[in-house]
Design a protein around this ligand. Structure first.
Ligand SMILES: [Zn+2]
Length: 282
């Protein structure tokens, strides 16, 4: 795990052991605001100890961007009295699948024995503003990667913590690519100065618009690839041969099987388009 300081009061923690997933912390006058936790208990404990020292022992709130386990598990390391704020959908999804996937994780790796799920205690649907004496956080739905994903916009410095709406390879295999394109367009219009992605590097001033355009172009490109396979009646399996580079992204920005993530994206689009075509043919 490594960490960087985005400003004097904002830290980003990155797990090299799991897809460069990020956790974020803001030092505020009401204590530390934590956004997401890293998946592994030892990393989570290190972060919690570090932030306890940085914040003089005071924590304020936890924000959770979405229900995926690589963002949820580490929250167990923070004081249990803290509220966890998320979208309503995120809470529902955690209640639905959370315990089951945690059991599964424990079966594969006993280190997850010490994890207990933090179920969100405050939820919202359209928008929510959370204030500390010195900072304003605007929470907003940013669906697409998953239906429950939210962003946290820190107004004073125009920094967006985007959850997995922004990641080094957009992943929509568990979501909806059309929704993700709309979300990216919305982020573009919001015009943040800095974006802290769910996975991968912080996107800095000057790169923001360009990176978003590249992600949108990638999603449009893979939709085109899925349509091509459908139109030509090629076998579904042929999608596994479509290289990532064809859609303008490079391999391994996440240090994991980027080709597999990429083809899972196209398979998802292919299946959705096929279903829609069959639905209208009836
Ligand atoms: Zn995710």
């Amino acid at each position: 795990m490594y960490w960087e300081r985005v400003t004097e009061e904002i830290f980003v923690f990155t797990s090299e052991r799991y897809a460069l997933v990020n956790a974020v912390a803001f030092l505020t006058q009401s204590g530390v605001v934590v956004i997401d936790g890293l998946p592994f208990p030892d990393e989570a404990r290190t972060i919690a100890r570090f932030l306890e020292a940085q914040g003089g022992g005071r924590f304020s709130t936890i924000f959770l961007t979405h229900y995926h386990m690589d963002h949820v598990y580490g929250l167990h390391a923070f004081p249990s009295h803290l509220d966890v704020i998320s979208s309503r959908r995120c809470r529902e999804m955690l209640l639905e699948v959370g315990e089951r996937s945690l059991e599964e994780a424990r079966r594969h790796d006993p280190q997850f024995e010490e994890v207990t799920l933090r179920i969100p205690t405050i939820t919202f649907e359209e928008a929510l503003t959370v204030e500390t004496p010195d900072k304003h956080f605007r929470l907003m739905p940013l669906p697409g990667h998953t239906p429950d994903n939210i962003g946290i916009f820190y107004e004073e410095e125009r920094i967006l913590v985007a959850g997995d709406a922004m990641m080094a390879i957009p992943i929509i295999a568990d979501g909806d690519w059309r929704e993700e394109i709309e979300t990216l367009q919305r982020i573009k219009k919001l015009a943040p100065e800095t974006i802290i992605q769910g996975h991968g590097e912080v996107v800095l001033r000057g790169e923001v618009q360009h990176v978003i355009d590249r992600y949108i172009a990638y999603l449009e490109c893979i939709e085109g690839e899925a349509r091509k396979v459908l139109r030509k009646g090629q076998p579904r399996e042929s999608i596994r041969d479509i290289p990532l580079e064809r859609c303008g992204l490079e391999r391994v920005p996440l240090g994991i099987a980027s080709h597999a993530l990429h083809t899972a994206n196209i398979l998802r689009i292919y299946d959705t388009l096929k279903e829609e075509a069959e639905g209208t043919a009836e």
